[in-house]
Design a protein around this ligand. Structure first.
Ligand code: BES
Ligand code: ZN
Ligand code: ZN
Length: 498
């Protein structure tokens, strides 16, 4: 589907469906600006159809009208934008997705839309265009590798501006939207792929493929023997019962212009989390292909990083393992030694993410980055605390935490800071080792964060627990269908842009 931007007059646009938005009226529907002009051209039919259906412009309301040759577009889809003072880029993203969802199964070729919010001073055209394109492309997403894809015939999507001077800003926004959506959908595909087709070695191959033909991306893969020599006891012991060997993958993006700045982004890549000998109950296991979402988010970022061209070196690091039970499995009670020589008493083999991340974080810090971010589907406790839509952010550095939260907000991804409470460190005390891998009954997201902190010495670091929002067991909103959401990719892109 091709996306274009141009200045135009809505009633004269050649298209199968024209989407126009209207803000919410108090009691009686009042049309404004574009929609009023269109309504006049349609001899009042738009307004009468809207009134007949009780349309007031509330978010999610829609009216569909055939234009019977009165104007050039064959049909008009009027969508509610909600209250004018509540309009944000996120509303625009959702509205674009709602509108698109309602027509994407039609046998039509061309869609045009006005740019909702174009006339509102606080919002800029570039961000609005980006949000619109993200809403459309992310709602169009479907994972159909194992079934027949839904038929889709729309070939063009045109953004019609009333102000021609904003066209170049809108075009930039469209390009960004395409990029942000592409990265997000790359991650969705990896996470949605079933665990029998997405083993640790498959993640490694994805990383290798991403570097092919690109001079800016290099990949190093550390295999089992190498990990043994490095002393990566966390990664090795979690993987020891699986027939799939473990890997530590290090991708490096180096910008063409030289720079001294660098950041490391670390992901949890458990391709299936059965819990190990601390076996999960069946109901908790069914979605555990999602446990490599942290690694998939790093890969989603790297799938677009060359085009994004940030002015900083980016280390993309992930540990890839499968957590299985067997006669060779890690036992509750085992003590293991990690890459930084600290010892861990493993009291629950289902708290495996922190074990592999610990080694990956130690490795990341050895690269001497200015800051480290990690993304992990780490704890069910974080989902209990913040629900299914919000990521928990824990950071050793308030400035870095703030940068992450601002990036998330600009990206339209919900994140909230949780504390790394020093007093809770005592919960990780072990009788026989430096630390144990589980805290007490309460505050499980925080004790997991505190455990990770044991493996970062001095580099500013932020931990993003994406266990809730990375995988939607029910539809979250119009642009997040069931299944993998790709949550985190847009925040990372936004973070690197700044
Ligand atoms: N992969 C899970 C966390 C998870 C839960 C991700 C729900 C996505 C959705 C993680 O490895 C895990 O099992 N954590 C345990 C930790 C506990 C044993 C301390 C948990 O959250 O129950
Ligand atoms: Zn687990
Ligand atoms: Zn896990």
């Amino acid at each position: 589907m091709e996306i274009n931007v141009r200045k135009g007059d809505l009633g004269g646009e050649e298209c199968d469906v024209l989407i126009v938005g209207e803000f919410q009226s108090e009691k009686k529907l009042e049309l404004s600006g574009d929609t009023e002009v269109l309504n006049e051209e349609l001899e009042g039919q738009l307004k009468s159809a809207a009134e007949e259906q009780g349309f007031l412009g509330k978010p999610g309301e829609m009216v569909f009208l055939r234009t019977q040759g009165m104007i050039t577009p064959k049909r008009v889809l009027l969508v509610g934008l909600g209250k004018i003072e509540d309009l944000t880029t996120e509303v625009v993203r959702v509205v674009a997705a709602q509108a698109f969802n309602s027509i994407k199964r039609f046998k039509i070729k061309s869609v045009a839309t006005s740019l909702h919010g174009e006339d509102i001073e606080d919002l800029n055209v570039r961000d609005l265009a980006r949000a619109t394109v993200e809403g459309v492309l992310l709602s169009k997403y479907e994972f159909a590798q194992y079934k027949k894809p839904t038929k889709f015939s729309i070939q063009s999507f045109d953004l019609i501006l009333s102000n021609g001077r904003a066209a170049s800003a809108a075009r930039k926004g469209v390009e960004e939207g395409e990029l942000y959506a592409a990265g997000t959908m790359f991650t969705r595909d990896l996470v949605n792929t079933p665990p029998n087709h997405m083993a640790p070695e498959d993640l490694v191959n994805v990383a290798k493929d991403l570097s092919k033909g690109k001079s800016t991306i290099k990949v190093r893969v550390f295999e089992k023997e190498r990990l043994e020599r490095m002393g990566a006891g966390g990664i090795l012991s979690v993987a020891q019962a699986s027939k799939h060997a473990p890997y530590l993958v290090h991708m490096t993006y180096t910008p063409k212009a030289s720079t001294r700045k660098s950041v490391a982004i670390v992901g949890k890549g458990v391709t299936f989390d059965s819990g190990g000998l601390s076996l999960k109950p069946p109901g908790s296991m069914t979605t555990m292909k999602c446990d490599m979402a942290g690694a998939a988010t790093v890969l989603g970022l790297f799938s677009v990083i060359d085009e994004l061209a940030p002015r900083t070196v980016v280390h993309g690091i992930f540990a890839a393992v499968e957590n299985m039970p067997s006669g060779d499995a890690l036992r509750p009670g085992d003590v293991i030694k990690m890459m930084n020589k600290k010892t861990v008493e493993v009291l629950n083999t289902d708290a495996e993410g922190r074990l592999i991340l610990a080694d990956a974080l130690v490795y990341a810090e050895k690269q001497k980055p200015d800051s480290i971010l990690d993304l992990a589907t780490l704890t069910g406790a974080c989902v209990v605390a913040l629900g299914e839509e919000i990521t928990g952010v824990m950071s050793s550095d308030p400035v870095l935490a703030n940068k992450v939260l601002v990036a998330a907000s600009n990206a339209g991804e919900k994140m909230w800071e949780l504390p790394l409470e020093k007093n809770y460190k005592k919960l990780l005390k072990s009788d026989i080792a430096d630390v144990k891998n589980i805290g007490g009954r309460y505050g499980g997201a925080l004790t997991a964060g505190l455990f990770l902190q044991e493996f970062v010495e001095k580099t500013p670091w932020a931990h993003l627990d994406i266990a809730g929002p990375n995988f939607a067991e029910r539809v979250i909103n119009a642009y997040n269908p069931k299944g993998a959401t790709g949550h985190g990719v847009r925040t990372l892109i936004e973070f690197l842009k700044k």
